[in-house]
Write a protein that binds this ligand. Sequence first.
Ligand SMILES: CC(C)(COP(=O)(O)OP(=O)(O)OC[C@H]1O[C@@H](n2cnc3c(N)ncnc32)[C@H](O)[C@@H]1O)[C@@H](O)C(=O)NCCC(=O)NCCS
Ligand SMILES: Nc1ncnc2c1ncn2[C@@H]1O[C@H](COP(=O)(O)OP(=O)(O)OP(=O)(O)O)[C@@H](O)[C@H]1O
Length: 240
Amino acid sequence: MLVAGLTGGIATGKSTASSLFKSHSVVVVDADVISRQVVLPGTRAHSQIVTHFGKEILLPDGSLDRPKLGAVIFGDEQKRRQLNSIVHPAVRRAMLWQVIKGWVRGERFCIIDVPLLIETGLHKWIGSVIVVSCSEEMQLKRLMARDKSTEDAAMSRIRSQLPISVKASYADVVIDNDGELSELDGQVHNIVEKLKEETKWTWACEWLVPPLGLFAAVFTVSVRAATRWAKQNTYHQKKN
Ligand SMILES: CC(C)(COP(=O)(O)OP(=O)(O)OC[C@H]1O[C@@H](n2cnc3c(N)ncnc32)[C@H](O)[C@@H]1O)[C@@H](O)C(=O)NCCC(=O)NCCS
Ligand SMILES: Nc1ncnc2c1ncn2[C@@H]1O[C@H](COP(=O)(O)OP(=O)(O)OP(=O)(O)O)[C@@H](O)[C@H]1O
């Protein structure tokens, strides 16, 4: 099974693209949704968060006050790393489990929707990286409109991730989301068709003969590491 990673900058339109992939009947494993489930009251991550950040970040019903916790971590790298180290391992385990379930069901490909795909190094382990990009002006405009936030609050969220141009330099496919929603849907449609074509024959062989699947996975990861190295070298040479 081919696992493609979908990522983007804050408010570049990743979740919108993710919904469009779902509307094309693609299986999408959504890290944002999982990251909400693994911190529900009663979970290990929930109690670790309370231990580290105090009861002030809880609502009266005991669940996390997300905007309040967001205000704490988006302006403070050390606190953000602390929260990531609590939440990310649980998210990774749940995502892997969902991918395995997709493979058992015989899916040809799936998409993992992960905002911090590049920052966490997860892109190294997947078959294809799709980055939803737009101009920084559009990103700021959409973020302020969606979250009804000030420019300062929006910028501190944007700065908590790699710049979108850097993320795009890791992409196999860049989705340009500066235009209308219909244009975004057209690009999503083309990617789905390409993924279907790419996995037309391979998935059946890999599924029926698991060692072949394992060999294909190791081969893909190695080839991708070499290509990524060459691509990043070119990117840095161009920048300098
Ligand atoms: C800080 C929290 C409580 C804020 O919740 P809120 O509901 O306001 O935002 P939400 O979870 O919908 O995230 C919105 C976007 O913010 C960005 N974001 C979220 N967490 C982080 C982070 N730790 N670092 C950088 N960007 C982040 C992502 O682009 C995400 O799509 C929440 O984002 C969180 O628990 N973050 C840590 C877990 C995480 O990294 N989640 C991202 C997917 S694994
Ligand atoms: N092509 C588009 N035209 C108009 N509005 C758009 C377009 N794409 C996205 N939007 C709007 O921009 C806002 C940000 O999009 P979205 O929530 O999908 O971003 P995101 O990258 O998933 O953000 P985050 O990482 O913060 O979750 C939303 O309000 C969405 O409706």
